[in-house]
Design a protein around this ligand. Sequence first.
Ligand SMILES: NC(=O)c1ccc[n+]([C@@H]2O[C@H](COP(=O)([O-])OP(=O)(O)OC[C@H]3O[C@@H](n4cnc5c(N)ncnc54)[C@H](OP(=O)(O)O)[C@@H]3O)[C@@H](O)[C@H]2O)c1
Length: 320
Amino acid sequence: MPSTVLILGAAGHIGQALASAFADAGSQVRAQSRKPLPNSLAARPQVRTVRCEALDAAALGQAATGADVVVHALNPPYTEWDRLALPLADAAIAAARGSGALLMLPGNVYNFGSDLPPLLKPSTPEVGNTPKARIRIEVEKRMAATQGLRSVVLRAGDFFGAASPGTWFDLALATKLGAGRFVYPGPTDVAHAWAYLPDLAQAFVRVAEKRAELGGHHRLHFGGHTATGDELRQAFETAVGRPLRTGTLPWGLMRLMSPLVPIWRELLAMHYLWERPHRLDDSALAALIGRVPTTPLQQAVNAALADAGALKNAAHTVTA
Ligand SMILES: NC(=O)c1ccc[n+]([C@@H]2O[C@H](COP(=O)([O-])OP(=O)(O)OC[C@H]3O[C@@H](n4cnc5c(N)ncnc54)[C@H](OP(=O)(O)O)[C@@H]3O)[C@@H](O)[C@H]2O)c1
């Protein structure tokens, strides 16, 4: 169904995947960002760039006018959530409400707190026992409580794929492939939720197509891939065509240095996600859109590693 979609944070990980998926689906995409979009997106006829600050209410209001859907894909730096996450959410809420558009948010699993249960349903109680859990709970509470706003949270695990540098996948897992190592942040037998971005972006398009059925506020979960570190390592080994040794991150050193390195302090606070098995139940999403887009894990890993240029590095070392 052709539509007009404003993507806030279109230069980001999911922002780029969404801009591409909505354009592929025939929508007119308004792509908000401060930094330039990659040429491959900016040059597409369906994509109009909106270069403005996300907190510029007038510019956002203008960009949202006539939009059917606004996606809040902004994400302040991990160390600045306290200061910026709520103002950015308020800006997205105001833009969507002012234009009558459906507001969509890529949710995460932080809302369930540090003792999260293994199966996460949209009805699973939220527990604000970490600072980031409290922020995310508040963001969604504001969405749900805004009179006259229609909104959807589509919650997912850690992003990977779609050439998006800066995710766990390429900041940890794939960093040492050239040296024959698979770097995993936690115990390798614990299930972890992942979202292959091209699939998740497709799910957003499909939910947006159902917007006429969506009044009020909705919480949906995207299942994606639930995999242990061992299962992922096997997929990496198949992709690179050789066995890999498993290494981990220097958590001890990071803990020691965390008073001096704010981002390490923030990452340590979320370390529990590598120790608690969890997966997202997407039956409510499937009931709304039918089959949930899911590329087989091996195919997704192959594509993600190729997009990140990691296969080239691994192959280089093999022949060196
Ligand atoms: N990453 C994951 O694994 C993951 C998993 C599940 C859910 N999510 C959720 O998905 C959403 C998007 O995450 P992402 O990883 O795609 O985001 P991201 O790439 O880290 O950032 C998205 C965009 O936010 C904008 N931004 C950053 N700081 C800003 C600031 N101070 N003021 C205004 N704009 C700012 C930047 O765009 P410009 O610099 O161009 O303005 C950036 O490209 C977040 O709500 C996140 O929690 C993420």
